[in-house]
Design a protein around this ligand. Structure first.
Ligand code: AMP
Ligand code: MN
Ligand code: MN
Ligand code: MN
Length: 276
């Protein structure tokens, strides 16, 4: 079987729609041979995913996607090849889980005040997971209160919109440290998605590197070749390992497929050289 890495994916332990077992089975069908499960602020899906990966004969890389606030920007730091049993990591994630619960209740209240009562459905959709904005987006869209989840973000949930609740997530140094203590590699997720000026992004990368950050997602789903070139140049300048991941959330996002990513530029050191 040819080697195929997808190092960013979600299960229903956060805002993905597949169970860890379903995700791993689907990844296998898609030809992924090395899959990282990187749920938002939790590793709760990793144990089940690992067992499923053994059954499917693929490699499961334990991961997490940590929500970070850096100079008023929300960033995502992916931790790859972490030990989910690590105490520092789990303590940090516990704090983020309770922030999510608190923020979720405030988002629900803001929507309810405007006659949009999705509290019950969000709880159902989230199940055992801490609520994410994507659960709200799905609930609003299902109830016919917006045309699709994208519009729920645009109208209600995105920064500056009426149901947005700004949250002080983990510090960048904290996130990098938790990942490092858990033996993992800290990777800046989907760098093209942040609204950062060029100079801000360079400041971020410099700081990230100084704090012990080791990688950057050079290839994510729907990146065009210009974005890939930009991030490849950033990886070279800041001597960061290159990662690739689809950020798969489930079949409802029919425009994203597991493992179908453009190849990493050959001049870069792939992030998996850090553990394999
Ligand atoms: P949260 O971490 O709870 O604020 O939710 C962030 C998640 O919502 C992301 O991981 C995406 O899955 C999803 N998301 C964020 N912004 C958008 C958007 N504009 N359209 C669709 N999904 C989004
Ligand atoms: Mn998500
Ligand atoms: Mn993300
Ligand atoms: Mn993600």
């Amino acid at each position: 079987m040819p080697v195929c890495y997808d190092l960013h994916s979600h299960t229903n332990a956060s805002d993905g729609s597949l169970t860890p077992t379903e995700l791993v089975q689907h990844a296998t069908r898609c030809g992924v041979s090395q899959l990282a499960v990187t749920d938002h602020d939790t590793t709760a899906g990793v144990a089940e995913a690992s067992a499923a990966a053994v059954a499917c004969g693929i490699e499961l890389i334990a991961g997490v996607e940590i929500s970070v606030t850096w100079r008023r920007h929300t960033l995502h730091i992916v931790g790859l090849n972490v030990d989910p049993r690590n105490r520092s990591l789990q303590q940090g994630l516990l704090g983020l889980q309770s922030l999510r619960q608190y923020r979720g209740s405030r988002i629900a209240a803001r929507l309810a005040r405007r006659g949009l009562d999705v509290t019950h459905r969000v709880a159902e959709l989230a199940g055992a997971a801490a609520p994410a904005r994507s659960h709200f987006a799905r609930a609003l869209s299902e109830a016919g209160l917006v045309r699709d989840p994208q519009r729920a973000f645009r109208r209600w949930l995105a920064a500056g919109r009426p149901a947005y609740v700004s949250t002080n997530w983990a510090g960048l140094a904290d996130a990098v440290n938790w990942i490092a203590r858990a033996g993992g590699v800290a990777v800046l997720a989907h760098p093209a998605r942040y609204r950062l000026t060029l100079s801000k992004r360079r400041q971020l990368l410099r700081e990230f590197k100084q704090l012990g950050g080791r990688g950057i997602e050079v290839v994510s789903a729907n990146n065009d070749s210009a974005q890939i070139r930009t991030m490849a140049a950033a990886a070279e300048e800041f001597e960061l390992l290159a990662s690739c991941g689809s950020d798969y959330h489930g079949p409802h996002q029919h425009w994203v497929t597991l493992g179908r990513l453009r190849p990493l530029p050959r001049t870069l050191a792939p992030v998996w050289t850090a553990w394999s």
